[in-house]
Unconditional design. Structure first.
Length: 97
């Protein structure tokens, strides 16, 4: 029995995660089918843990790259106004008696 569900990604990051999660699910299903009796859990777990870490690493990397690209489009951060900078760095001389 095959169930079809349509997913809609609203960003490149979401598309990446959906695609990779589906690939992982297919890999785990195949691993479970191929595992000998009594070894299914161990084989699936051995495949799932490193694959899930890699999926998380890819998602984090893609999220950071998207954020960096958005920041570059905005341009450099605004610099303080010259008067504000002068006031912030001005030191008053010590009082002498």
């Amino acid at each position: 029995m095959t169930q079809r569900t349509d997913f809609h990604a609203e960003s490149p990051l979401q598309a990446l995660v959906l695609e990779q999660a589906l690939l992982l699910a297919r890999q785990l299903e195949q691993t479970a089918r191929d595992a000998p009796d009594g070894h299914v859990l161990a084989r699936v777990e051995a495949a799932a843990v490193p694959a899930a870490r890699e999926l998380a690493r890819l998602a984090v990397q893609a999220a950071l790259q998207a954020q960096a690209a958005a920041a570059e489009k905005k341009g450099p951060p605004a610099a303080p106004a010259p008067a504000a900078a002068a006031c912030a760095t001005r030191v008053r001389p010590a009082a002498t008696s």
